[in-house]
Design a protein around this ligand. Structure first.
Ligand code: FMN
Length: 395
């Protein structure tokens, strides 16, 4: 039997019957996954042992070391038991009740911010490609409205997806504020303000409980504390004032001592005017978006940027002339002939900026996702391919 998927079952706990989920993936070197308990804990499976019809694994779940064994008994039915080694060394043998199995489905989460819907057009194009390959998708527009996030948390854990796409328009050179707010470690918030205030005051910066308020409240003079998020010692996600917890497991930083979280693949994308100096203008935003995903244990392999009609200086209508910063008048734009008809030239970096994202941009975004899906996931053995290449479409 193929065990990639999710087992769920109920078992007795000191606080009554609780649900446990085994989230199992089949990776290059075998099965791996997490044990997710209903109080919010999420631990990496250890000691995974698989036979033709059984799966077992262990982890510290709360204060106890548990070994969970599930056996297929025919007709899509399963039986299971749990061995719980308690603090005092005594062992409880429990029955896993109502064991259910759902085979793994490939899933993509597409997060984006937008002002005038250009970036949304690309987000939807990407979603269409995933759907073409029968993936489950979640498209989520990030806004600064708290109510837009209500009830969304359960669908926003990166742990539950194979690919995470993160997109933003460029605003004054950087991603839109909401993206920085929900992903950066404190940009535009209390931390940044406090650092600047102290540095400008001439005394350098000191980490104290007081200066590390707000976004950085899980730091203090002793360095970073584990955030009290999902899987934290308190168990269960505390309410987030704004945004979401992106990971269930309490080790968000891949460079840290417990950087062993499952790493979905990532794609970052932007639409932008490019009126200042063209496509290189997209690099800073793409780099920031990439960092935001990487901070959350995502392996970013795709980058996409295309022009998006703007309302600033480069947002001229077809044939409209830019205002010059001096005397005189600029020449009329040349009209070029093509097999598909006439094209009015642009005064700015991108051709026909009044039309973007155009069909060609949409096609490129779709193609980038198709390449990633086919190369990385439609493999001869069904296991995700090793990451050894990246995909870039920047125009
Ligand atoms: C306030 C504002 C600031 C912008 N700043 C930049 C910029 O710095 N660089 C750039 O290339 N485009 C800039 N743009 C253009 C947008 O990035 C572009 O139109 C984008 O496609 C908008 O995406 P959206 O429709 O998803 O909001 C700006 C647009 C606005 C409204």
């Amino acid at each position: 039997m193929k065990f990639a998927g999710k087992f769920s079952f109920l078992s007795e706990t000191p606080s009554g019957k609780r649900e446990t989920i085994l989230a199992i993936r089949e990776e290059q070197r075998g099965y791996e996954g997490e044990i997710i308990s209903s109080h919010g804990g999420c631990e990496i499976m250890k000691n995974v042992v698989v036979t033709d019809d059984s799966f077992s694994c262990s982890a510290m779940v709360g204060p106890c070391f548990q070994t969970i064994s599930i056996k297929a008994v025919g007709d899509g039915k399963f039986e299971g038991n749990i061995k719980v080694v308690k603090d005092d060394g005594s062992v409880d043998e429990l029955v896993a009740e109502d064991v259910k199995f759902s085979p793994k489905k490939l899933r993509a989460l597409i997060l984006y911010a937008t002002m005038t819907k250009n970036t949304e057009k690309i987000a939807k194009a990407m979603e269409e490609s995933f759907k073409h390959y029968k993936w489950e998708t979640k498209l989520f527009r990030m806004t600064m409205k708290k109510s837009d996030w209500d009830g969304q948390q359960d669908e926003l854990y990166f742990d539950d997806y194979d690919v995470i796409c993160l997109g933003s328009p460029i605003v004054a050179g950087y991603p839109l504020t909401v993206v920085n707010k929900v992903f950066s470690l404190g940009a535009g918030g209390e931390l940044e303000k406090n650092v600047q205030k102290q540095v400008d005051g001439g005394g350098g910066f000191k980490m104290t409980a007081d200066t590390m308020k707000g976004d950085a409240s899980h730091f203090d003079e002793n360095g970073p504390k584990p955030p009290e998020g999902p899987g934290g010692p308190q168990g269960g996600p505390p309410p987030k004032e704004f945004g979401a917890w992106w990971r269930r497991r309490n080790c968000p930083y891949p460079g840290g001592p417990s950087g062993d979280n499952y790493q979905p693949l990532g794609v970052v994308f932007t639409t932008y005017g490019g009126g200042f100096f063209g496509s290189n203008e997209s690099r800073a935003t793409l780099a920031a978006l990439k960092l935001f995903l990487e901070l959350n244990n995502v392996t970013v392999i795709g980058q996409f940027a295309c022009c998006g009609k703007e309302f600033g200086p480069a947002g001229l209508k077809e044939g409209e002339k830019p205002r010059l910063m001096g005397p005189g008048e600029i020449a009329d734009p040349i009209i070029y002939d093509t097999e598909d008809g006439k094209i009015t030239s642009s005064y700015f970096f991108h051709g026909q900026p009044w039309e973007h994202p155009n069909d060609r941009d949409v096609l490129k975004a779709k193609a980038l996702i198709c390449d990633i899906v086919e190369d990385m996931f439609m493999t001869y053995d069904g296991k995700r391919a090793q990451v050894c290449s990246t995909y870039e479409s920047i125009s």
